[in-house]
Write a protein that binds this ligand. Structure first.
Ligand code: ADP
Length: 310
């Protein structure tokens, strides 16, 4: 049975006359990792703050495991772990002291505190760092402490705001692996402006642009959007482009890089076989014919551009 852990309904936030988040609705199931993707200034942090009960929405609601975060903030917040953009760390504390403090703040009882700290350290690879001052840890390890404090009370939902910003490539790899792992037991929402990060870590993705969702679906659906009706064609003895355009199903042909031709075809009328037959018959020197995928970056630009022009 799927359990809905977080449900946002028509979330809106206005500052003065400026609506920075508009009508954002979605739900997330237990065990899923949702990527909240958008350029800087799109409204990601504002949405995260509303989801975690740190900012009141101007309109709309958030339910955590069925509990309304505005009506019952204490109970709802107990089910959330949050790593804000600026990790809430006291750098003069050791890892153990910091996590014990976070545990107390999240309502972990004294009796269970040591175990909770040990488990959080284990899950984030911090056991060896227990007695180290946070100030003396690398940025990557500090970020692990940030994640450890967010999961110390074993929440249903973990919300991470841009968790890999400012880390070096090997730290980024470690943190992404850690987030993926967290997805097994918790629902995770991760905001990022990095498209490949979403591809690597998430099962679901939402793209936010100028405060509105322009895409909400499985990562596979986003990847499918890349499959346009296009072929890349390599001909060593190419005829004029209009010769190729005469082939049934071909809509247009354009020259692209490396001497290749991009063939756009009508939906459901892949002309690959007819192109091959004609190329052989007319000795066009066919050496390549492959599906042409739009890059995810291009899909992202298309989605955000469409929204901008509406
Ligand atoms: P992101 O996290 O996607 O970079 P934010 O949610 O931080 O975006 O910001 C979205 C928009 O809301 C930005 O244009 C930002 O300037 C504006 N904004 C955020 N916080 C405030 C605030 N406290 N007062 C006024 N405008 C704000």
């Amino acid at each position: 049975m799927t359990t809905v852990t977080i449900e946002a309904s028509e979330l809106t936030r206005t500052y003065g006359n400026n609506t920075v988040v508009r009508d954002v609705s979605f739900s997330l199931n237990k065990g899923e990792v949702l990527g909240f993707l958008g350029p800087n200034g799109a409204g990601k942090s504002t949405t995260m703050k509303m989801l975690t009960g740190n900012l009141a929405p101007t309109a709309g609601s958030v339910n955590i495991c069925g509990i309304d975060i505005i009506e019952n903030p204490k109970a709802a917040k107990a089910l959330i772990g949050y790593l804000p953009e600026q990790p809430p760390l006291y750098k003069e504390l050791t890892v153990d002291e910091m996590l014990a403090l976070a545990g107390r703040l999240h309502g972990v009882t004294r009796k269970h505190l040591k175990k909770a700290v040990d488990i959080a350290k284990q899950r984030t690879g911090l056991t060896e760092m227990s007695g180290r001052l946070i100030d003396n840890l690398s940025k990557g390890y500090q970020q692990r402490v940030g994640i450890a404090q967010a999961i110390i009370h074993n929440p249903m939902v973990v919300i991470l705001d841009e968790p890999t910003v400012g880390l070096d490539p090997s730290q980024i790899r470690d943190i992404r692996a850690l987030i993926k792992e967290l997805g097994g037991e918790h629902s995770v929402i991760l905001s990022t402006h990095i498209l490949p990060e979403v591809e690597m870590v998430c099962d679901h993705v939402q793209i936010i642009h100028k405060g509105q969702l322009v895409f909400n679906g499985g990562i596979d659906v986003l990847k499918q959007q890349r499959q346009g009706n296009k072929l890349l064609l390599g001909l060593s003895n190419a005829p004029s482009l209009d010769e190729i355009e005469k082939i049934s199903g071909v809509v247009s042909v354009t020259a692209v890089q490396d001497g290749l031709l991009r063939v756009q075809y009508a939906v459901g009328e892949n002309p690959a076989e007819r192109i091959v037959e004609t190329a052989v018959k007319k000795k066009w020197g066919l050496h390549q014919i492959t599906p042409d995928q739009t890059s995810l970056e291009e899909v992202f630009v298309q989605l955000t551009y469409q929204e901008a022009t509406q």
